[in-house]
Design a protein around this ligand. Structure first.
Ligand SMILES: *Cc1c(COP(=O)(O)O)cnc(C)c1O
Length: 452
């Protein structure tokens, strides 16, 4: 069969609310042209993020009912812990309320002034947490990743030569850990090969460094490895996932991605002393070690979600349906970051509106236009998110269309394709923006803009 169908049927539905163009114009002005400020019931198709926006299965909802809310030693915790041990091989497993809580605990313990943390590309909250600790966050993407047209099969790979050069330059004693983000969210949802992870591990071993994964999308990454990496095609996703985790000393995970839950996170640690200290910080700021800021029911939903995400018919549907959106946009002449990523399609805003200079935020212009034209909410990943005082402008200006898991059907995606194609035809009419108000960190969440 050529058609990859959604491998589920729908038991419960949420109505979508249509709005008029005039209504959307008014909402945009109220929101200071920041799509994070919109009320989500004024959005028709919400592609702001795939984080925490997935649809849970009937088994996950059943887990919600089974959740045991005991303060300490809940069976829901042990269910979650055993499932994570089975999948990752890690013994040290801490639940947290989401990915950034894992990051904050980790960098409070290993970060600090004078330290340097390399990554293929830091996600925004990871970078912010590294920098909040006083350390410097360095991105080491391969050169191919900076060219939106390059179809390298593992565009998320780290430039291992650049990692060696960095260690040489700053000294291994200033690097508390090397991180690698799978898949690489900031770099286009692109996968990292097992070979690259092994090469990073080898460099870490040579210099006595710890290696951590930002493993938010470990299952999607493993699916790409199975599809694209020589010698991996006959292996199960589970075995590939296990290989990925076996290479690492620890991992931060947002369960809101491949955990297919609405809230939750995980911190995996191998070192007993670090685990001990992380548990202390967890208790201080998140909650006791057997719930970590979550309810028992959340732990049940996570245990089930991390299991379902490894089903290969799910992963095939997931990756192929994102690819469908990317391929159709390309066929319509819309510039996107190629090849299509695992959880999202990234519009290339520099190529989409070449008449808008980077300091007038072409990504913001495009994201606003998609909402104005069709009620679609997307997310700027460019100079608004990563620019500002003390930061170089990022290599690409992107607009991310993140696809929530198991939420939208093919006709929703066909509508998105049609709308973007129409906006592309009128792209020369789009105008840039200036920032009128912004906070010091993570400014994209709250900044306000004026249209030029
Ligand atoms: C979402 C995400 C995070 C942060 O997780 P939250 O649950 O949003 O706090 C970290 N890294 C990557 C790659 C992510 O996609």
């Amino acid at each position: 069969m050529k058609t990859i169908i959604e491998p589920f049927r729908i038991k419960s539905v949420e109505p979508l609310r249509m709005t008029t163009r005039d209504e959307r114009e008014a909402k945009l002005r109220e929101a200071g042209f920041n799509l994070f400020h919109l009320h989500s019931d004024d959005v028709l198709i919400d592609l702001l993020t795939d984080s925490g926006t997935g649809a849970m299965s009937s088994e996950q909802w059943a887990g919600i009912m089974r959740g045991d809310e005991s303060y300490a030693g809940s069976p829901s915790y042990y269910h979650f812990r055993d499932r994570m041990r089975e999948i990752t091989g890690f013994e040290g497993i801490l639940p947290t309320h989401q990915g950034r809580a894992s990051e904050r605990i980790l960098f409070e313990l290993i970060g600090g002034a004078g330290k340097v943390v390399p990554n293929n590309a830091h996600f925004d909250t990871t970078r912010a947490n590294v920098e909040h600790s006083g350390a410097r966050a360095i991105d080491l993407m391969i050169a191919e990743a900076k060219d939106p047209r390059n179809r390298h099969p593992f565009k998320g790979n780290m430039d291992v030569g650049a990692l060696e050069a960095l260690i040489e330059e700053v000294g291994a004693d200033r690097i508390p850990a090397v991180m690698c983000t799978v898949t690489n969210n900031s770099g286009g949802g692109q996968p990292v090969s097992l070979a690259n992870l092994r090469a990073i591990r080898a460099v870490c071993d040579r210099h006595g460094l710890q290696f951590f994964l930002d493993a938010c999308r470990f299952a999607e990454n493993a699916w790409f490895v199975k599809q694209r990496e020589p010698g991996q095609g006959d292996r199960s996703v589970r075995a590939i996932v296990r290989d990925m985790f076996d290479l690492a000393d620890g991992a931060t995970i947002s369960a809101k991605k491949d955990g297919i839950v609405n809230i939750g996170g995980v911190l995996l640690l191998r070192d007993a002393d670090l685990l001990h200290r992380a548990s202390d910080v967890l208790i201080l700021t998140e909650g006791y070690v057997t719930y970590g800021g979550l309810a028992g029911r959340d732990l049940e939903a996570m245990a089930q979600g991390f299991e379902e995400v490894l089903h290969e018919d799910y992963l095939e549907y997931r990756i192929r349906s994102v690819q469908y959106l990317g391929d159709r946009l390309l066929a319509a002449g819309v510039p996107i970051l190629e090849p299509p990523g695992g959880h999202a399609i990234y519009l290339d805003a520099k190529a989409f509106c070449p008449h808008i200079p980077v300091d007038e935020f072409p990504g913001q212009a495009l994201a606003v236009a998609l909402y104005r034209h069709a009620g679609i909410r997307s997310c700027e990943i460019g100079s608004v998110m990563f620019g500002g005082a003390g930061h170089d402008s990022p290599p690409m200006e992107l607009v991310r269309l993140a696809i929530p898991r198991r939420v939208y059907t093919q006709s929703h995606i066909d509508y998105v394709i049609e709308a973007i194609t129409e906006v592309h035809h009128g792209a020369t009419g789009l105008r840039g923006f200036r920032i009128v108000e912004a906070p010091q960190v993570l400014r994209h969440f709250t900044a306000r803009f004026a249209e030029l």
